[in-house]
Write a protein that binds this ligand. Sequence first.
Ligand code: M6P
Ligand code: ZN
Length: 193
Amino acid sequence: MVGLMAPFTIELDFKRGVLHPCNNIIQRHLSDMRGTYLDEAATEEAIEGGDPLLYEVYQYDVPFENGQLLVVTSIIQPGKVGDEYYMTKGHFHEKEETAEVYVGLRGRGYLLLETRGGEFKALPVEPGTVTYIPPYWAHRMVNTGQEEFIFFGVYPADAGHNYGEIEVRGFSKVVVERDGQPTLVPNPKREER
Ligand code: M6P
Ligand code: ZN
């Protein structure tokens, strides 16, 4: 059973996306995401050229117990690896029957979603867009704009992250720049199979 806990408030800076105070801050550089982007040569070149920070996650941790919720913001920098836009790693929840809500705060991009059965969706997200990620859907955010893409999320504290399959296979589509425009194209890694 969940213990009795004191209610609390924290501050969300809508402009910068940071939570304050915050007890769990994660930074992901390109070297933390080797193999995620299709262009391996561009990946290694960018890592050697300074290993850019791709995104930060500000999560306010509470006990990872059934019944608790985690609040979290993510700040994805603008940029590309090869012609593929900066994005989160993407994950299924370990407890797959758990959902999540993302709210766009700043910048723009896509929420990519996919089921194990291969059903795929790409939802455009801009400030004010509330997206509902149902149970069983893997999810990834992609920054297709020229500025930071900032979004807020809430999900069950015992959901957990399962990165394995997404790391290896990616989603069935990738978001790349074509003629200056963000474009969804089939993921060649999937077509090899
Ligand atoms: C959102 C939430 C977090 C997640 C973060 C980054 O803020 O879904 O749980 O950690 O995005 O995504 P990922 O973990 O896939 O890199
Ligand atoms: Zn999630």
